[in-house]
Ligand binder design. Structure first.
Ligand code: SF4
Ligand code: SF4
Length: 296
């Protein structure tokens, strides 16, 4: 049975179904078990993580369920912890950690998706005027995603010297976790940081469709609603928002098509490099990362 710091919370589920309305896992499976409500209700009836393995694996950690829950249950945290309880092969894969301290000043932790595109990483670095951390915790981010174990010495080595710093974090699950581990750090997601760069803001146009990265947005929803409202007001662009400003993620081609249904944008602008690739497969207009917009 699920037991954690949040264990007092899933019993609070009233079965209102609001989380189901926004859940892409529910949309694709059309099975009540594949929803945060279904998971919470099953836990109330004593289900184990192993019994819930299929929906736990299917959850994309988009976080859309968290801000809509009137009982304020940390549903994403609950699912992450349950995934850690599943018997699986996921293990922490340590990246080589360079000796010596990270450079002073603001630091970019790019994450795997941005590191996979060195030209884009160079653009981001230039636009933000920021040093890139040699150790960006990619292995820890992977463990968070897969439910793998996070080795305590490795965690300590990664976090050493980061609290109190200004950090721009490309991997949104890691960003979510760093809010707990580094209470004194000034933390921003990649989309928010780039969205505050003047040249990027000026290039966004009313015919653009702007795709907010759902994980980063929902994990800091109350603060970021204001950021994106401001961006929309300044630029006139449409965004992947639905149902009281919940972001729809392009987790796969089906979700990306659903997101674009009925829209005729001139361009699609994304925060998450991984979503750029998915949207390019289904859209017939240019799909750019925010950092590419500066030179478009
Ligand atoms: S995190 Fe996203 S996919 Fe997972 S249960 Fe919540 S809304 Fe559904
Ligand atoms: S939104 Fe919260 S209270 Fe409502 S069904 Fe979902 S988990 Fe339960």
């Amino acid at each position: 049975m699920y037991s954690s710091a949040h264990s007092r919370e899933f019993p609070a589920c009233s079965g209102c179904s609001l989380c189901r309305l926004v859940c892409p896992m529910w949309r694709s499976h059309r099975d009540p078990r594949f929803s945060p409500e279904g998971l919470a209700k099953a836990l109330q009836c004593g289900a184990t993580a192993a019994e819930l393995a299929a929906p736990l694996d299917a959850c994309s950690f988009c976080g859309a369920c968290d801000p809509v829950c009137p009982e304020r249950i940390d549903l994403t945290g609950m699912i992450m912890e349950l995934r850690r309880q599943l018997p699986q092969s996921a293990t922490t894969v340590n990246v080589p950690v360079p000796p010596g301290p990270a450079p002073a000043g603001a630091l970019l932790l790019p994450g795997a998706a941005l590191r996979a595109d060195p030209a884009l990483l160079t653009r981001v670095k230039g636009l933000l005027g920021i040093a890139v951390a040699a150790d960006d915790g990619a292995d820890i981010a992977q463990a968070l995603e897969t439910g793998g174990a996070i080795d305590t010495p490795r965690q300590r080595a990664f976090l050493r010297g980061l609290d109190g710093r200004t950090l721009v974090v490309g991997d949104a699950l890691l960003l979510r976790q760093l809010r707990r581990w580094l209470p004194a750090a000034r933390l921003q997601g990649l989309g928010e940081a780039l969205g505050n760069v003047g040249v990027i803001r000026r290039r966004l146009a009313s015919a653009d469709f702007y795709v907010i990265e759902a994980r980063a947005y929902h994990a800091d929803y109350e603060r970021l609603v204001g950021h994106y409202d401001g961006l929309r007001a300044d630029t006139g662009c449409a965004m992947n928002l639905d149902l009281q400003r919940i972001a729809i993620p392009a987790v796969d081609e089906a979700e990306a098509r659903w997101m674009l249904q009925g829209r005729r944008p001139a361009r699609i602008v994304v925060e998450n490099p991984a979503e750029r690739e998915i949207l390019r497969r289904v859209a017939d207009v240019p799909v750019l990362h925010l950092a590419e917009l500066a030179e478009a």
